[in-house]
Structures are given as structure tokens and as C-alpha cells.
Ligand binder design. Structure first.
Ligand SMILES: [Fe+2]
Length: 245
């Protein structure tokens, strides 16, 4: 399986706290059947002021340690971008962290505030679409606005956004409302990706299989496998090309 939303890199957001934590998470992921991870630290202006330039050395250090420790996990990195006008600067400066490719377009992982879907979302999505950038929305099933009325996400789905739900939502790590919302999104056929959004080895672990099994009950085995293997593999292919030959 391939996890394309995971806070594996140490010390740069609210995910892993140390290199040892990251290595423990990497070992846990491997034991849980995950072969590749695209690490996605937050870029949240004013809180986690990360950029491709600041993430790169942290990534390289962890990658070297994973190789030194003989952990059979391939890693790459992008970011989880908070909805913010800074995204337009990143596009204009060619500094956008790309999660991968989808239908010939660049794909980014976008997070809304947990409280709501901000006004201007559809305009930003259109602005990005005009520049060949497609959006994977992180965990809409945990957004209070969507929890209150699932139709709040409908216009974004109609405008071409993909949805990523977090495995823990389906396995009850958060609350029943998030689980029910995730189930409803699955029933509607709107979920493209299940990711771990792992932050640690306590409540939010790098695991996908328990959630995939829950999804299988709703969408069937084949579609559930697409969410943790087929589709993330296609999306992240360019990240791992150098390692596949
Ligand atoms: Fe995240």
C-alpha cells in the first residue's frame, strides 16, 4: 500500500517529534503493509512556515537514516497545504509542493480549516484549475461544515476536486460523526484516496489496512484497493520513478 498523506518528517509540524519517532513510524508502516510514503508536512502560514526548501534537508536526513537502518520503505515528500492565498504565490514562483499527477494535471493536497470551508474556495480552485493544478481535499469528513451538511462539499466535488478521507475516521479514531460522514462519502462514490494522515504511533498511526477493510464493506474489495494502492501509486509515480528501475 502507498500512503500519500503522512506527517512522517521529524520536528517540522505537529507530526513526528524526533528522528527516532520517524524511524519507529517507518517500521510500523512497513509492518502494516505500507511500501511507500509521500511525507506531507503542514504548510500553514504563521504556524508551520515550511517550504520545499526547508522540508528538503529534513527529508534527506530521514531518508538516509531509513536506508542506514535497512527499513524497506521508500519515501518522498510533498506537503499538506492549508487553504491560504500563499498558494497563489507558490504557483507563481514555481514552488508548489506537488503530491503527484492526476489525469495529466499536477495534484496538490489541500487542507481547509477544520471549522469551515472558507469563502473563496471555489474561486481559488478555479484559479488553480486554469493553471493545470488539481486538488485532493484532505479529510473533508472531519470538517465541521461538512459534518453539519454534507452538501457543503458537493460544489467542490462537482468542480473536479478529489477527496481523501483519513483511515482513522473509518475505524473510529475520531468520533462517530466523522465515521458516518466518511461512510456517506464512500457511498456516494466521492472518495478517491484513503490515507493515514499519521502523526505518531499513539492515536494516529501509519496504517491503512483496517480502514481499507471498513471501506470494502461499502464499496467492495476492488474499489477499496484502488484507494490505498492503485490510485496513490498512479498519483505518486513521479516521486518514485528513480527507484523503480
Ligand atoms: Fe495531515
Amino acid at each position: 500500500m502507498i500512503d500519500i498523506h503522512c506527517h512522517l518528517l521529524p520536528g517540522i509540524d505537529d507530526g513526528s517529534k524526533s528522528l527516532d519517532d520517524s524511524l519507529a513510524m517507518a517500521r510500523h508502516a512497513v509492518n502494516a503493509g505500507i511500501k511507500k510514503i509521500v511525507a506531507t508536512p503542514h504548510i500553514t502560514p504563521g504556524r508551520y512556515d515550511n517550504s520545499l526548501k526547508t522540508i528538503q534537508p529534513v527529508f534527506e536526513n530521514l531518508k538516509a537514516s531509513i536506508i542506514a537502518e535497512n527499513i524497506p520503505l521508500e519515501i518522498s515528500f510533498a506537503a499538506e497545504l492549508r487553504f491560504d492565498p500563499i498558494i497563489m504565490d507558490l504557483v507563481n514562483n514555481d514552488e508548489l509542493p506537488i503530491l503527484g499527477e492526476y489525469e495529466g494535471e499536477r495534484l496538490i493536497l489541500l487542507e481547509f480549516p477544520h471549522s469551515h470551508i472558507p469563502p473563496g474556495s471555489e474561486e481559488l480552485i478555479q484559479w488553480l484549475a486554469d493553471r493545470g493544478v488539481r486538488i485532493l481535499i484532505a479529510h473533508p469528513e472531519r470538517n465541521r461544515s461538512v459534518l453539519g451538511d454534507i452538501e457543503k462539499i458537493t460544489p467542490l466535488v462537482k468542480s473536479g476536486c478529489l477527496l481523501q478521507i483519513t483511515g482513522g475516521s473509518l475505524t473510529g479514531v475520531f468520533n462517530d460523526a466523522a465515521r458516518q460522514c466518511g461512510v456517506e462519502l464512500l457511498k456516494r462514490g466521492w472518495v478517491s484516496i484513503i490515507a493515514s494522515d499519521a502523526h505518531n504511533l499513539h492515536a494516529r498511526c501509519p496504517e491503512l489496512e483496517p480502514a481499507r477493510k471498513e471501506a470494502e464493506k461499502i464499496v467492495g474489495e476492488e474499489a477499496s484497493l484502488e484507494m490505498v494502492f492503485g490510485r496513490p501509486e498512479k498519483i505518486s509515480k513521479s516521486h518514485f520513478q528513480n527507484h523503480q528501475s
